[in-house]
Design a protein around this ligand. Structure first.
Ligand code: NAD
Ligand code: DGY
Length: 320
């Protein structure tokens, strides 16, 4: 008998179909909308394998409804949506998608850096709104990226890919990480700094840590106050790492140049969120890994795990 697989979103048919060789598949039939929680809890009742997106919370509640669950595959590298302890307790395995999205996400971070520093979205709105009357010296002036100091908090796969790109802009790279990256320091001249020194010295601060109990609220009012008044903060990791209301207050008081945000505490962000009232906030709908090549690679990495499990082989990229 085939194993039962439930997929919490409508994924492209050509990706899912080959898995029917091993699985009896059911899936939520919406591409855009998250499956309502009650439907998800009912759907997992008899499934052995669950394929989720970062919008699905895999926690004690879900596990208590899924007595046969053995494997969860997560279509993301970040796995803060998964309660790893709860999984461990029940002997459920989980996998994620490290590596395949590193470059694409680092590219987006550089996009946010340029967009905020050079006021690109604001300038585009200005043109489209018919405000462009002439060229004048101080029109929409921004700040230089080239030659500036970037401070990267979380020097993992993506953090290091951002740092290498920053070298191409002749930036001085400071970083803070759980452990020193001696090899990268020697090879590229990246400099380790305490969080405090990094915040004080950087023109651009980029957050690339995972989101967990240690990093929740890592950047609050006190940390923002350490930053230069004309610095930019970029978050492409997870929303809860920056205190959004503290960020709003700091930007509103003119104590930061701008913020580039791909992620938010609540996603989608509420349209009346105070951050969205500020013209120096560039806000994106969590598109860090959103290139066709990379989203396909993420799906295919999950498929590889699911195929291995279906064939009775070991899965890789385990997070449990
Ligand atoms: N915006 C997007 O679409 C998008 C895309 C991919 C990843 N992400 C996020 O980016 C995160 C990082 O991905 P990655 O592949 O680089 O992961 P990674 O594990 O390779 O890197 C994370 C790094 O952060 C460091 N770190 C952890 N806690 C820290 C702390 N308190 N202070 C300083 N450093 C700390 C770790 O030591 C590690 O080097 C993911 O967990 C995910 O949340 C977002
Ligand atoms: O963690 C991740 O992988 C992103 O947030 C989506 O690609």
């Amino acid at each position: 008998m085939k194993k039962k697989l439930f997929i919490t979103r409508k994924f492209p048919a050509q990706i899912v179909e080959p898995l029917r060789e091993y699985y009896d598949i059911s899936q939520w039939d919406e591409e855009e909308m998250v499956i309502p929680r009650d439907k998800l809890l009912a759907a997992v009742a008899d499934c052995e394998v669950l394929w989720v997106t970062l919008a699905d919370q895999v926690n004690e509640e879900l596990l208590s409804h899924a007595p046969n669950l053995k494997l969860v595959t997560n279509l993301a590298v970040g796995y803060n949506n998964i309660d790893v302890q709860a999984l461990r307790k029940r002997g459920v395995m989980a996998t994620n998608t490290p590596g395949v999205l590193t470059n694409t996400t680092a590219d987006l971070v550089m996009g946010l850096l340029l967009a905020t520093a050079r006021r690109i979205p604001e300038s585009e709105r200005y043109l489209r709104e018919g405000k462009w009357k002439s060229w004048y010296p101080m029109q929409l002036v921004g700040k230089d990226v080239s030659g500036a100091t970037i401070g990267i908090i979380g020097m993992g796969r993506i953090g290091q890919a951002v740092a290498r790109r920053a070298k191409g802009f002749d930036m001085k790279v400071l970083y803070n990480n759980r452990r020193r990256r001696h090899e990268a320091e020697e090879m590229y001249g990246f400099q380790y700094a305490s969080l405090e020194e990094l915040l004080k010295q950087s023109d651009f601060v980029v957050i690339m840590t995972p989101y967990n109990n240690d990093t929740e609220g890592l950047i609050g009012a006190e940390e923002l106050a350490l930053m230069k008044d004309d610095a930019v903060i970029i978050n492409a990791s997870r929303g809860g790492i920056i205190d959004e209301l503290a960020l709003y207050d700091t930007l509103k008081e003119g104590k930061l140049w701008a913020a580039g945000l791909d992620v938010f505490e609540q996603e989608p962000i509420a349209m009346d969120h105070p951050l969205l009232t500020l013209s120096n906030v560039v806000a994106l709908p969590h598109i860090g890994s959103a290139s066709l090549e990379t989203r396909t690679a993420m799906l295919m990495l999950n498929v590889k795990e699911l195929t291995a499990y279906g064939q009775g082989k070991a899965v890789t990229n385990r997070i449990d």
